[in-house]
Ligand binder design. Structure first.
Ligand code: GLA
Length: 385
């Protein structure tokens, strides 16, 4: 925090008015369900993105990052999918979306720094948007951090920023997680109704840890694969005559699959419908303290994402298989896929051994060295100073 404040002063010539932060996330289960009106179950990470911010008396936005070279400047009225582009689109997009929502915002000086690993599938971009949104809410007296409804509205603006200005057609889970998750809880998010429920999630009490392994395999949500999956689901919903795949009850799945022509689309639909069922089952298992069952659901989710949804990759498969072979109760990819991170529920005593085994398996396979760490469910976006 001291370094961020000092860097802000060096960059912008005066101390910041305040510092706000927002967490990255891991999704426990419910992958590629958010844009299908489904259920997902993220936790907020201890890793956060910090934004030191001062308001300006004009409508200029100046942005700098400890992770990037240079200072980016744009007028609020000039923000578009083309401008300012790059990482700063995630910052500028939030101001654009708030203004579009009819809220009065002005210029800002912003310096960001992050402990969320970039490109690890842990939602560093949502953390960035939500830290800026939290700052804007306080500095422009929008009052949106003070209620769950306000936070949900901020999350929706951050999603618009990401979809329209940053150009990533993502579904909204990450921003809701960053603004609405509570400590020691997972957030059950119903993406059809917008309803949320906190589900107790404290593995420490049960002698287990959640081990995250950043595979460091390439992954980019702006590439075509994510958009193609989303499009296949929307196409299938149209063919089946429903608004979203959430409308397909598991008991009607076989019938629905029989009405689809393409084998590929059938598999995509099967993943979504069964994954939503697995979220409900995981919540029941967590509430019954049945971690073994949660582990089995993790494994089933990974298999479905690998075989039916086809968004895993070799690194994620090796990491999950190795974790299981060395004592994990279950393991799965988390986030969009094609790289990014794997999560595993591991007895606390073997967490180091599992991490070392994954590292050795990666070395054997000739992959880039992975990075493993344990996480606990942490708190949402807030003002730090
Ligand atoms: C990315 C997106 C989310 C969600 C996941 C897959 O993280 O940002 O909206 O679709 O992929 O569950």
């Amino acid at each position: 925090m001291d370094r961020l404040t000092a860097d802000f002063e060096r960059t912008f010539g005066a101390a910041p008015t305040g510092v706000w932060s927002a967490p990255g996330r891991v999704n426990l289960i419910g992958e590629h369900t958010d844009y299908n009106g489904g259920l997902c179950l993220p936790i907020a990470l201890p890793q956060r993105t910090y934004a030191a911010v001062s308001p300006r008396d004009d409508s200029v936005l100046r942005m700098a990052s400890a992770q990037q070279e240079g200072l980016v400047e744009v007028s609020l009225g000039e923000i578009s999918p083309e401008r300012p582009g790059g990482w700063s689109a995630y910052v500028a997009g939030v101001l654009w979306a708030l203004a579009k929502d009819g809220l009065t915002v002005g210029g800002l000086d912003v310096l960001v720094d992050s402990t969320v690993p970039l490109g690890a599938g842990l939602s560093s971009s949502a953390a960035l948007e939500c830290a800026v949104a939290a700052a804007a809410s306080d500095l422009f007296a929008l009052g949106l951090l003070e209620s769950a409804e306000g936070r949900a509205r901020l999350a929706a603006r951050c999603v618009e920023a990401e979809n329209t200005i940053a150009g990533a057609p993502t579904g909204g889970m990450d921003q809701s997680a960053s603004l609405l998750c509570d400590e020691r809880s997972a957030l059950l998010l119903d993406c059809r109704s917008g309803d949320t429920r906190q589900v107790p999630f404290d593995l420490g009490g049960a002698g287990h840890v959640l081990l995250v392994t950043d595979t460091r395999a390439e992954h980019a949500l702006v590439d075509g694969q994510y958009a193609a999956r989303r499009e296949a689901c929307e196409q299938a919903a149209r063919e089946l005559g429903v608004d979203t795949l959430r409308e397909i009850d598991p008991s009607e799945l076989d019938d629905a699959l029989g009405r689809l022509d393409s084998d590929e689309v059938r598999r995509r639909v099967r993943h979504v419908v069964t994954e939503i069922e697995r979220v409900e089952a995981a919540v029941r298992a967590l509430e019954a303290d049945d971690l073994a069952e949660v582990g089995r659901l993790f494994d089933a989710s990974h298999a479905s994402l690998r075989d039916d949804y086809e968004v895993s990759c070799e690194e994620l498969d090796v990491a999950t298989e190795t974790a299981r072979a060395h004592g994990a109760l279950g393991a799965r990819m988390t986030g969009g896929g094609f790289g990014g991170s794997c999560i595993a529920i591991v007895p606390a005593g073997v967490a180091d051994a599992v991490a070392s085994a994954i590292e050795a398996a990666f070395a054997d396979a000739g992959f880039t060295a992975p990075q493993s760490f344990t996480v606990t469910a942490s708190g949402p976006a807030h003002r730090d100073a």
